[in-house]
Design a protein around this ligand. Structure first.
Ligand code: FAD
Length: 578
C-alpha cells in the first residue's frame, strides 16, 4: 500500500515556465481553482534563460510594421510549414501580451520618447522585438510570478509528474512524486494543461544546460493517445560552447556575430565566404549552423570539435560594453574574449515540433487535455524566428486556459478510477528499482546517438543506425539493475527514448531538406512536402506503445497575410540577435 497525498483543482497546469504561469493566471481570473506543478524550483524554469526579446508588431520604431507582415515573416522564414491560422492568431494577439506585461510591471527598454523600444532580430523585416537588456525571459518570469503570488495560486515545486490519469478517453488528473523524498501524490482535475517545454535534451549538445527539456509533456501526451506533429524539426543554434564538458552546448549569443564576430576554421580561413559570401557571419541561423557543422565534419575544425568565433579585433571596451554576459561566461572558463577566439559548435536549441493542438483552442485530440508553449507544434514550421517563442508562450498560455476553463464548466466530474492510480504507482515502483547511475549513463548514450544520427545533417543511413541503437538502449533501460535509484533520471530517460524515436521516424519520413531539417541524401526542397508529419500512438498486442506516422496538408494563409509575403526568397533585415 502506498501512502499518497491528494490534491484537487478545476484545472491543473503542469510546468512553471512562461506558458504555465500565464495559463494559471487566466484560469484563476475565470474564477476557477487552479494548481501549478513544476519539477524545477518555482521561478527558475527554462524560460529564465531567454535573453534577447519578445516579438509584437507594435510599430513603435518602424511605423510600417503590421501584424500581417509579422505573420508573413514567420511563415516564410518557417519555410511554409507553420500553421497559418495559429501564426495569424499569435501575431494579432502579441501586442496584447506586451500590454499585459507592461501593466504587470515589466521594465521594458524605452525609446527616448518613452515608448517601448524594439530591436531587430534575424530575418524580421522590421524592428519588432521588445526587450529588457539581455535578460528578457527572467523579467517575464518575475512579472508573471508576482501576479501568481498576488492571486495566491498554489504551486507544487520540485514535483515531478510521471503520468496523466484518464477515465475512458478523458484526462482527469495526474500522478507524481516529490523530488526531495520520492513521496507520491495524485491530483484530481477536470482539465490538464501541459506547459512542460521542449525535448532538446535528447541531444548531446543543447542550450538547455540542465535536467529539463526531456520531452516529458510530449511523452505524457503520447501515453494517453495525444498526437504529435513536426517532430523532425529541431532548431540548431550555430554557436554553443564546447568545453568544459559540463557547459558544452551553452549558448553563445548571436549578438557576438551581430557586433562583428568572425568565424574561422583550423586553416585560419573565414569560411562563411564559401557558404554565403554576401551576408557572411550574418547569414540566417540554419545556414550558419550548417556551415559550422560542415567545417567540423570535413576535418577543418579544432581539436575539440569546434570552429573559432573571434571578436578580439574589436576594441576591448566595446566588447565589454555590448557583450558583458559573454565576457563573463568565458572568463569563468579561463578565456578572455577581448584577446582570444572562442571555440564553438552548433547546439540543439528549440523544439519546433510537439503536441498537435487545435490552432484556435490549443486543445489536443484527447478530451480535457490542453497544451501551450514549446511543448506544442504549429507556429514555427521548419525554422523559428528569434523572439517568437516568448510571444507564443504568453498568447497561447492564455488561450489554452480560456478553453480549458470553458471545457471544465461544461463537464460533470469524472472520478478517477482506482486501476489508473495503481498503474501509475506501479510504474514508480518499477522506476525505484532501477539503478540511477545506469539510467544516467544510458541518457548520455542516447544523447550521443541522437546527436550523430538525427543532428544538424541527417540521412537515411545515420537515421536508421540511430533507430537501431535506440532500440538497444530501450532494452537496456528495461533491464533490472542494482544500485541507488534515481526516479527522475529513470523517467526522464523513458520520455527521451519516446521523443527521440518520434524525431528520428519523422526525419526518416521527410525526403527533402527544408530549414532546420537537412538531409544529405535529399539536399533540395520538395514543394510536394509542404506538409505536416503527424505522429499517432497506438498499443500493439503486447500493450507496447508504438508510433504511426501520417501527413497532413497545411491550409493556406489569409489573403491579408498573403499580400504581405516578401517577394524575396526569404526576407532578411537588420542584425542578428537571439
Ligand atoms: P519552459 O520554460 O521550458 O518550462 C517548462 C516547465 O515544465 C518547467 O517548469 C519544467 O520544470 C516543467 N516540467 C517539465 N516536465 C515536467 C514534469 N514531468 N513534471 C513537472 N514539471 C515538468 N525565445 C524567445 O522568444 N526569445 C529569446 O530571446 C529566447 N532566448 C533563448 C535563449 C536561450 C539560452 C534558450 C535556451 C532559449 C531561448 N528562447 C528564446 C526560447 C524560449 O526561452 C523557450 O522556448 C520558452 O521559454 C519555453 O517556455 P515554456 O513555458 O513553453 O517552457
Amino acid at each position: 500500500y502506498v501512502m499518497r497525498q491528494r490534491y484537487t483543482s478545476d484545472v491543473l497546469v503542469i510546468g512553471t515556465g512562461g506558458a504555465g504561469l500565464r495559463a494559471a493566471i487566466e484560469v484563476h481570473d475565470q474564477g476557477l481553482k487552479v494548481l501549478l506543478v513544476g519539477k524545477r524550483p518555482k521561478a527558475d524554469a527554462h524560460t529564465v534563460l531567454a535573453a534577447g526579446g519578445i516579438n509584437a508588431a507594435l510599430a513603435t520604431v518602424d511605423p510600417e510594421d503590421t501584424w500581417a507582415i509579422h505573420a508573413a515573416d514567420t511563415l516564410q522564414e518557417g519555410r511554409m510549414l507553420g500553421d497559418p491560422r495559429m501564426v495569424e492568431l499569435l501575431c494579432q494577439q502579441a501586442p496584447q501580451a506586451i500590454a499585459e506585461l507592461e501593466a504587470w510591471g515589466m521594465p521594458f527598454a524605452r525609446t527616448s520618447t518613452g515608448l517601448i523600444d524594439q530591436r531587430y532580430f534575424g530575418a524580421h523585416r522590421y524592428r519588432r522585438t521588445c526587450f529588457v537588456g539581455d535578460y528578457t525571459g527572467l523579467e517575464i518570469i518575475n512579472a508573471l510570478m508576482r501576479e501568481v503570488e498576488r492571486r495566491q495560486i498554489p504551486i507544487l515545486e520540485r514535483a515531478y509528474i510521471s503520468d496523466l490519469l484518464h477515465t475512458g478517453n478523458r484526462v482527469n488528473g495526474a500522478y507524481g512524486f516529490w523530488l526531495a523524498d520520492q513521496r507520491q501524490f495524485m491530483i484530481e482535475s477536470n482539465a490538464v494543461i501541459l506547459a512542460t517545454g521542449g525535448h532538446i535534451h535528447i541531444y548531446q549538445r543543447s542550450s538547455s544546460r540542465r535536467r529539463e527539456n526531456t520531452g516529458d509533456g510530449m511523452a505524457l501526451g503520447l501515453q494517453v493517445g495525444a498526437h504529435l506533429a513536426d517532430m523532425e524539426l529541431v532548431q540548431f543554434h550555430p554557436s554553443g560552447m564546447i568545453f568544459p564538458h559540463e557547459l558544452a552546448g551553452t549558448l553563445v549569443t548571436e549578438a557576438v556575430r551581430g557586433e562583428g564576430g568572425r568565424l574561422y576554421n583550423r586553416h585560419g580561413e573565414r569560411f562563411m565566404q564559401r557558404y554565403d559570401a554576401e551576408r557572411m557571419e550574418l547569414s540566417t541561423r540554419d545556414r550558419v549552423a550548417l556551415a559550422n557543422y560542415t567545417e567540423i565534419i570535413e576535418g577543418r575544425g579544432s581539436e575539440y570539435g569546434g570552429v573559432w568565433l573571434d571578436i578580439s579585433h574589436m576594441p576591448a571596451s566595446l566588447i565589454r560594453e555590448r557583450l558583458p554576459r559573454m565576457v563573463e561566461q568565458f572568463q569563468a572558463v579561463g578565456v578572455d574574449i577581448t584577446r582570444e577566439a572562442m571555440q564553438i559548435a552548433p547546439t540543439a536549441h528549440y523544439s519546433m515540433g510537439g503536441l498537435k493542438v487545435d490552432p484556435f483552442s490549443h486543445a489536443t485530440n484527447i478530451a480535457g487535455l490542453y497544451a501551450a508553449g514549446e511543448v506544442t507544434a504549429g507556429v514555427h514550421g521548419a525554422n523559428r524566428l528569434g523572439g517568437n517563442s516568448l510571444a507564443e508562450i504568453l498568447v497561447f498560455g492564455r488561450i489554452a486556459a480560456q478553453h480549458a476553463g470553458e471545457y471544465v464548466r461544461q463537464q460533470s466530474e469524472q472520478p478517477i478510477q482506482a486501476a489508473q492510480i495503481e498503474q501509475a504507482a506501479e510504474r514508480l515502483a518499477w522506476a525505484s528499482q532501477q539503478a540511477g547511475d545506469v539510467q544516467r549513463s544510458l541518457i548520455e548514450q542516447l544523447q550521443q546517438v541522437v546527436w550523430h544520427g538525427a543532428g544538424v545533417v541527417r540521412n537515411e543511413q545515420t537515421l536508421e543506425a540511430s533507430l537501431d541503437q535506440l532500440h538497444t538502449l530501450r532494452l537496456q533501460a528495461q533491464q533490472r539493475s542494482v544500485g541507488p535509484a534515481d526516479l527522475a533520471a529513470t523517467l526522464d530517460l523513458q520520455s527521451m527514448l519516446l521523443t527521440a524515436e518520434a524525431t528520428i521516424l519523422a526525419a526518416l519520413m521527410r525526403p527533402e531538406s527544408r530549414g532546420a531539417h537537412q538531409r544529405s541524401d535529399f539536399p533540395a526542397t520538395d514543394p510536394l512536402w509542404q506538409r505536416t508529419i503527424v505522429i499517432k500512438p497506438y498499443r500493439d498486442q503486447t500493450d507496447q506503445l508504438r508510433l504511426q506516422l501520417d501527413t497532413e496538408l497545411i491550409p493556406t494563409a489569409s489573403e491579408e497575410v498573403q499580400a504581405a509575403f516578401s517577394q524575396q526568397e526569404y526576407s532578411i533585415a537588420g542584425r542578428l540577435v537571439e
